[in-house]
Design a binder for this molecule. Sequence first.
Ligand code: NDP
Length: 394
Amino acid sequence: MRSISIFGATGSIGEQTVDLLLRAGGAGTHRVVALTGGRNLARLAEMARLLRAEIAVCADPRDLRELRERLAGSGVEAAAGPEALLEAADRPADWVMSAIVGAAGLAPGFRALRHGGTLALANKESLVTAGPLLMAEAARQRARILPVDSEHSAIFQALVGEDIAAVERIILTASGGALRDWPIERLAAATVAEALAHPNWTMGHRITIDSASMFNKALEVIETREFFGVAPEQIEVIIHPESLIHSMVGYRDGAIMAHMGAPDMRHSIGYALNWPERAPLPVARLDLARIGQLTFRAPDLQRYPALRLAREVMARRGLAGAAFNAAKEVALDHFLAGGIGFMDMGCVVEAVLEVLDPELGRENDRMTLEDVQAVDHLARQRAGEIVRRQAGER
Ligand code: NDP
C-alpha cells in the first residue's frame, strides 16, 4: 500500500488532493502518514480521522491543545509548530504533497526529499527561493520532484518522450487575472474584493491576488527556469483568457505541443498522484465545438511590473529569488490588510531588490537553506520598512 503525506492539507490544493484520495479509496487504498494544516484545526482533525492519518500537525504550537482535543479517541497523534512540521517530513512516505502556501513550505518539502520518494510540488515558492538547492538535494537523494502547478504539469506532460535539448521555447499561459480588462489608470485603486474575482480558477486567496498582479506568473517563470533548466530568454508569457491551454513547449522544428484541459487543479494533482500512469480523473471534459475559439494577447509590462522583475531576478539568480518572494509576500499581506494599493506591491518588491542587491550575489552552488532563510528574513524586514516609509509620506 502506498504511503502518503500532505503538507497544507487544509488549503485549496490540499483539499483537492484529499478529494482525489477519498475517491481512490481513502484509507482503504493508501496509508496516510502525515496531514498538516495551519489554523483550520477542525478541518485538519476531520480529515485526519477520515483518512486515518498517523499524525496531524498544525502550524502554531499554541493550538496543540485544541488539536489534541479534536483528535481525542481517534488514535491520530497530534503535534504543532515548525519543528513538528519538519519531524512529520522526516516520517518516510512514498508520495508527499508540498502544498503549504508561501516560504513556510520550503523547509518541510526540502526535508521530505531525504526519503528519496516523490515530492509533488505545488509550493512554487520552494523553487523560486531555493531552486538550485532543492534540485541538487533531489538528485543527491534520488528523489523525484513532480510539478503540480498546472503550467509546469502541462510543460512536463508536453516534454514526455522528448529531448530537452530540442526545446526552443516554453510558453507559459496566463489568465491575466481579475483585473486584466481594467483601464491601467484604475488599477491603483483596485480593492481586495475586486482582485479576488478570478475569471476562471478557484484558488486560495493569496494566489488569486498574485494572479491579478501577475506576481504568480512571475514566480512561475522563475520556477520554469529552475525546474526545467532552460535559459530565461527561452521562457515566454502569453495571456490566454480562456485558461484552457495550460502551457506550451515549442521545439526547434517549429512544432508547439500544447496541453489543454478544463481549469481544474485536480488534473495536475491527479497526474502527479498517478504518474507515470494516467488514471481516470473527475474533471470536466472540454467541448471544443462549444468553446469555439481560443484567444491570446501579449502581456503589457506597465500593467504587470512583476514580469519585468522576474527577469531581473533570473539575471541575478543566487538569493534574489528568496528576496523577491519574501518582499512579495509582505507586500501582499499589506495589500490584503488595506495598507497599500494594488500597484504599490510591485514598487515595494522592486525597492527591496534594489536595497538588498549587494547581499544577493551568493553563487547557486554555495547556497544553503540557512542563507535562503536569512535573506527571506532580511527582505521581510526591508519590505516592512519600505511600506511604513511610504505610509509616512502619504
Ligand atoms: P491555501 O492558502 O488555500 O492553503 C495553504 C495551506 O497551507 C493550508 O493548509 C494552510 O493551513 C497552510 N498554511 C498556511 N500558513 C502556514 C504556515 N505558516 N505553516 C504551515 N502551514 C501553513 O493555498 P493554496 O492551496 O492555494 O496554495 C498552496 C500552494 O500551492 C501555494 O504555494 C500556491 O502558490 C500553490 N499553487 C496553488 C494553486 C491553486 O490552485 N490553489 C495552483 C498552483 C499552485 P490553514 O488553511 O489550516 O490555515
